[in-house]
Write a protein of this length. Structure first.
Length: 337
């Protein structure tokens, strides 16, 4: 019997995997039902009122930009003391803004797919990351704890081959489930936008940004599966992975962060894994550190710094690779009895 087929059957037959898939379906159904109940197709009067509000907002922005130019030219004085006037009036130019106010911004109880798609996708990615980590940890942890790995090695000798097949099967199943669930999930809400709401502006830029988020999210899901698998292999139990994550969150993300702030360490966020998770998933994160500004210096931009997706990916790959490598090395030498 093929080893990959055997592992695929073992993984899909696990009750925990089936339970997690059921929870995914329930969460999907609840979100869909809630969206349908809270949305409706806007009437002609609602669209007209929303378009009027959007036009007024754009006009107000244009007036503010014009006023800034007049102040800079000395044509009119500043009315209020301490009123903020940017050094470059281009900051207020509506023509340079990424997106102007739209009529869809002023509709209530209307599901607009282009507005909600990113939030819905982040929710799905978060669930899939949790799913992948827990399934990866339980898949190998239960076999190591119950002696299933030993029985498998009696049938198919070769520790690294068996462990590598298990990991490859896990990654393949998680990837397939993630792609299928994402297509069904986003397709359903796109249909809701077409029938019970509004699709919104769905141009190439929107789909490009959504695709980038999805691609980064899928990579994160697969890394979570490998990480859960590796930690459980090192600890020989599913609970080892859960305990490691809980300990890291409490001791480092919370406790150590407080200590670093107390002793005034520069840029403590660079030492936190959550920072790199956010930077990878969103493309970049902008952080501020007061140590970069002199005391009493007023407004300061020197404390602002950015972490982009490239170094974030390197950190995540290094962490996952180190854990997976240590797991394979330990499994090769460990007494499994």
């Amino acid at each position: 019997m093929n080893l990959v087929r055997a592992e695929l059957e073992r993984l899909t037959a696990r009750r925990f995997v089936q339970l997690m898939v059921l929870l995914l379906a329930v969460a999907f159904a609840v979100t869909t039902a809630t969206t349908l109940l809270g949305s409706h197709r806007p009437t002609t009067s609602e669209m007209s009122a929303a378009q009027t509000q959007a036009a007024r907002a754009v006009a107000a922005m244009e007036a503010e930009h014009t006023r800034c130019l007049q102040i800079k030219a000395g044509e009119i004085p500043i009315i209020k003391d301490g009123e903020y006037v940017p050094a470059d009036c281009a900051e207020l130019d509506p023509a340079r803004m990424a997106q102007l106010p739209l009529a869809t911004d002023y509709l209530s109880s209307v599901f607009v797919f282009s507005h909600e798609a990113r939030g819905l996708l982040y929710f799905l990615i978060a669930f899939l990351v949790l799913f992948a980590f827990l399934v990866g940890a339980s898949y190998i942890g239960a076999d190591l704890n119950s002696g299933g790995v030993v029985n498998l090695l009696l049938w198919r000798p070769g520790r690294l081959t068996v462990l590598g097949t298990k990991l490859g099967t896990l990654v393949g199943v998680v990837a397939a489930l993630s792609v299928l669930s994402s297509a069904l999930y986003l397709g359903t809400f796109w249909t809701i936008g077409q029938t019970a709401g509004l699709p919104g502006p769905l141009d190439g830029e929107f789909w490009g940004q959504l695709g980038a988020i999805y691609g980064r999210g899928l990579v994160l899901v697969l890394l979570a599966a490998v990480l859960g698998f590796g930690i459980a292999t090192l600890g020989r139990h599913t609970s080892a992975a859960l305990g490691a994550v809980a300990a890291y969150a409490v001791v480092w993300e919370v406790g150590c962060r407080l200590v670093l702030q107390i002793i005034d360490v520069a840029r403590p966020d660079q030492l936190m894994l959550s920072t790199y998770l956010g930077a990878w998933l969103s493309g970049k994160v902008e952080l501020w550190d007061g140590n970069g500004c002199p005391p009493g210096g007023g407004v300061c931009d020197g404390g602002l710094y950015t972490i982009t997706w490239a170094p974030a990916l390197l950190v995540l790959l290094a962490l996952t690779g180190a854990v997976a490598g240590a797991a394979f090395a330990a499994f090769r030498r460990r007494d499994l009895l």
